[in-house]
Design a protein around this ligand. Structure first.
Ligand code: CP3
Length: 341
């Protein structure tokens, strides 16, 4: 087993910088598009055989040091009673979004080992298939980002509804986030039992919050997920975008690895959060759309600033964009592995 990724999560020395890509399985891959022509995104997530195949597509053709379970952040919505689908070209759409405290109280609790058994089955198969290859990362949404989707009902430019709810109904907001925290913590524990070797908590939209609001409305709930996972001994990665202003607060959640977007140089971010944490990031996903030498120069700048410190996991600051040429992703992974200071 290639364990560079797990070693970096644990701040141990590595033979080369580990690299994987958020959304490494997706529309930029011809193999993925071929499957999507026949099945919807939710069909793929619900069918272990298809989800295993998609998870393995990038592992087979790109030299990545980790696989990430193919599923979606919103999969736990359905067993909670939030009906949703993916609308072509627009993203997720929730039919019965949360708009009142009474809506919070109608959410159902569920046992992930039953309601999401198909996801756990996908993980068990992947654990066997990947045994001699690379570790498998599981994931779940942070309470703020899950609540934002549940309230907005889909993507949003400014999260106005979410923030209005948060400010006007703070008790119901904390009940909602408490519910997501308990649900996602249990779901991640079930993923770990089934065989994932690291978990990533996606707080994709936390960067929309000012620092005081992050501390009051988001941080306590994300921290409770991290605490609930401490005894299982699997690395926890925190991911967010636009989080420079709240990065130290995010480190306060106790996550082992802190995700960093492209807006702040990695050495400066690392100095602020402390060398006792690993960092994952921080190449701008659009740099893969430019000329190759410019992409390599941007990657080299990150690697030079990381300066061979323990705990650097190379990744993009957000997911691979659909227009990215596959050859750029392949070349980047090889380039990172070949880099020497
Ligand atoms: O990284 C991976 O390879 C694993 C798979 C994965 C998906 N979604 C599959 C997917 C992961 C880790 C996610 C997490 C997820 N889902 C997040 C957090 C990550 C982030 O980008 O910040 C969010 C916000 C979602 C919700 C979601 N799912 C949105 C907003 C969209 C539409 C946007 C888009 O890119 O079309 C999705 C759809 C989705 N989930 C796709 C994939 C591969 C799009 C592909 C398709 O339609 O076939």
């Amino acid at each position: 087993m290639n364990d560079r990724f797990l070693r970096a999560c644990r701040l141990e020395p590595v033979d080369a910088t580990p690299v994987w890509f958020m959304r490494q399985a997706g529309r930029y891959m011809p193999e993925y598009r071929a499957l999507r022509a026949r099945y919807s995104l939710l069909d793929i997530c619900a069918n272990p055989e298809l989800a295993v195949a998609v998870t393995l597509q990038p592992v087979d053709v790109i030299n990545v040091d980790a696989a990430i379970l193919f599923s979606d952040l919103l999969v736990p919505f359905a067993p909670m009673g939030l009906d949703f689908d993916f609308v072509k070209g627009e993203g997720p759409s929730v039919q019965n979004p949360i708009r009142s405290p009474a809506d919070v109280d109608r959410l159902r609790t569920f046992e992930p080992r039953q309601a999401l058994g198909h996801v756990l089955e996908t993980i068990r198969i992947l654990h066997r298939e990947l045994a001699d290859r690379v570790p498998l990362i599981g994931f779940g949404g942070a309470p703020f980002t899950m609540a934002a989707y549940a309230i907005e009902g889909g993507p949003s430019a400014n999260y106005a509804r979410t923030k209005a709810f948060m400010y006007s109904e703070p008790a119901a907001w904390h009940r909602l986030c408490g519910r997501f925290a308990a649900t996602i913590a249990e779901y991640l524990r079930a993923q770990i039992e089934a065989g994932v070797q690291a978990v990533q908590i996606f707080d994709s939209w936390a960067g929309s919050l000012g620092r005081a609001d992050y501390q009051e409305f988001a941080l306590p709930h994300t921290s409770s997920i991290v605490s609930a996972l401490k005894d299982v001994g699997v690395p926890v990665i925190h991911f967010g975008v636009g989080t420079a202003a709240i990065l130290c607060d995010i480190a306060g959640t106790g996550a082992d690895v802190i995700g960093l977007d492209w807006r702040e140089p990695i050495d400066e971010a690392w100095a602020r959060i402390g060398q006792d944490r690993a960092i994952q990031g921080n190449l701008d996903p659009t740099s893969l759309l430019g000329p190759r030498d410019r992409m390599f120069a941007a990657a080299d700048d990150i690697l030079r600033r990381a300066a061979g410190r323990r705990g650097h996991i190379f990744n993009l600051g957000h997911g691979v964009l659909p227009d990215t040429p596959l050859e750029q992703v392949q070349a980047l992974a090889d380039h990172v592995h070949g880099f020497r200071l």
